[in-house]
Each structure stands twice: as structure tokens, then as C-alpha cells.
Ligand binder design. Structure first.
Ligand code: C5P
Length: 238
């Protein structure tokens, strides 16, 4: 196994930016961060061809976070529609059910053989109250609900899951081969000063030692005034 640093496993999240700023950001991070996460926001605004051109120009590994959630056939056809894009990671909602998860995996294997399908568990924007309102979950059973969804990911044969750093170990317990991709990463100085809006956060060192394979980091890098320091910190963890 080749030892990789946390920086090698950092995915830069692009949010709230329009094309010119995205270009500038990609130039700034070129040769430093390998993975870029683009999502619904950019895909709806600029489309597939734009993503393709952006990738041709900037040569990054693409995490395309479209979070598909529909009937199995529709999700499979949507994934087939991504043919031609060099996608490395793509997302579906695990609450779409086992049949949908399997259909997504099948379609991905056929159309995007280099890509891994990741299952999103519960959106990090949902708190305990929301989970109760929507699914009637009691707070104490939430960990079990995560386990149930990660089990579906395992049964569906997909590559991994997206979850908060706090749930990465639950996923690894269910199946060590599931790769864990986690947003909600904050540097220690930000945690100390509460400069954050994510509900379930962890610092990079903690995340790496608690089963997180890929760190999804947005504003803490894109808007940082201490970027060099942060990149150095990330490259010091293996
Ligand atoms: O917060 P940050 O800028 O690091 O965002 C990185 C990613 O984390 C976003 O692209 C989004 O997918 C996710 N996020 C989240 N909950 C929030 C804010 C962002 O899950 N409250």
C-alpha cells in the first residue's frame, strides 16, 4: 500500500461560485489538490460540456456530487447520460433503496468503469428534529439507522458512502472496503473560534485516524487566509 497524505485524499468542494471564480480557484489549487467536487449547482447552471472542458483544462479528478434519488431505471439512465465525463466519484441517495443502489452500480460499471458510486446517508443539514419529522426516528436510534443504510450500500455493491466524520467508523464496521468520503472538516483554530456552520464537524487529524478516507473541504481552503499553513498541515498526516 502506498502511503498517502491527507492532502492526497482531500477533495476541494466548489460551492457558491460562478464560472470565472471557479476558473481562478482551480488555477490557484492546481498541482496542490487532486480532487475537485462539483455539484448540482454547477451542473444545472453550466451543464455537462462545461464540466468536460473544465476538466480537460485543469486536469483534476472529478467528484460529481449530483446525489441521484429516483426510481432505479431513471437513476440508471441518468448515470448512463454521464458517459464521456471522466468521473471518479459520483453520488446517489441510499434512501432510494436496494434496487436503485444496484441499478446505479450496474449502470456505472457499464458506462463509467473508472468511477465509484458513493451512497449519501442522511443529509448533514438534517438535525434530530428533522429526522423525527420525516422518518419518525428517535434520537437514540439514529446510529442504527445509519448502520441500516450503510448495510444497504454494502449489499448494493457500491464503492463507498458519504457521511459525517462521526459516522465513518460505523461504515467501516459494516464493511471495511466501503470508502468513506466526509464533509464537515474544520481546522482546529476554526473549531476553537466557532467559524463554522456545519453541524457534525471534525478536524483533519481526528478524521484521518477515525476511518475517514477522503476529506471534503470547501471554504476552509477556498476562503482561507492561511492556505499554505493548512496545505502543509494536511500533507503532514498519513
Ligand atoms: O463547509 P465546507 O465549505 O467545507 O463545505 C464542503 C461541503 O460540505 C459542501 O460542498 C457540502 O456538500 C457540505 N456541507 C454540508 N453541510 C453544511 C455545509 C456544507 O454537508 N452545512
Amino acid at each position: 500500500v502506498v502511503a498517502t497524505t491527507a492532502l492526497d485524499r482531500t477533495i476541494l468542494a466548489i460551492d457558491n461560485m460562478q464560472a470565472p471564480e471557479i476558473e481562478k480557484t482551480l488555477e490557484k489549487f492546481s498541482g496542490r489538490v487532486k480532487f475537485i467536487k462539483l455539484g448540482l449547482e454547477q451542473y444545472c447552471r453550466y451543464g455537462k460540456k462545461w464540466v468536460q472542458e473544465l476538466q480537460d483544462e485543469h486536469q483534476f479528478q472529478l467528484f460529481l456530487d449530483l446525489k441521484f434519488h429516483d426510481i432505479p431505471n431513471t437513476v440508471a439512465r441518468a448515470i448512463e447520460g454521464l458517459e464521456g465525463l471522466h468521473v471518479h466519484l459520483l453520488t446517489i441517495h441510499l434512501t432510494g433503496g436496494l434496487e436503485m443502489i444496484r441499478a446505479a452500480q450496474e449502470a456505472c460499471k457499464k458506462t463509467l468503469p473508472q468511477a465509484k458510486v458513493l451512497g449519501v446517508s442522511f443529509l448533514t443539514s438534517l438535525g434530530e428534529e428533522d429526522l423525527h419529522q420525516i422518518f419518525h426516528f428517535e434520537a437514540k436510534e439514529i446510529p442504527q439507522r445509519f448502520e441500516a443504510l450503510f448495510t444497504l450500500a454494502k449489499q448494493g455493491g457500491i464503492g463507498g458512502v458519504v457521511c459525517s466524520p462521526n459516522e465513518a467508523q460505523i461504515a467501516k464496521k459494516i464493511a471495511p472496503h466501503l470508502i468513506t468520503v466526509c464533509p464537515g472538516i474544520r481546522f482546529l483554530d476554526e473549531i476553537a473560534t466557532q467559524k463554522q456552520d456545519q453541524k457534525r464537524t471534525a478536524d483533519p487529524a481526528w478524521a484521518i485516524s477515525n476511518g475517514v478516507d477522503y476529506l471534503v473541504i470547501g471554504r476552509s481552503l477556498t476562503q482561507s487566509e492561511r492556505l499554505e499553513e493548512r496545505l502543509l498541515e494536511l500533507s503532514s498526516y498519513t
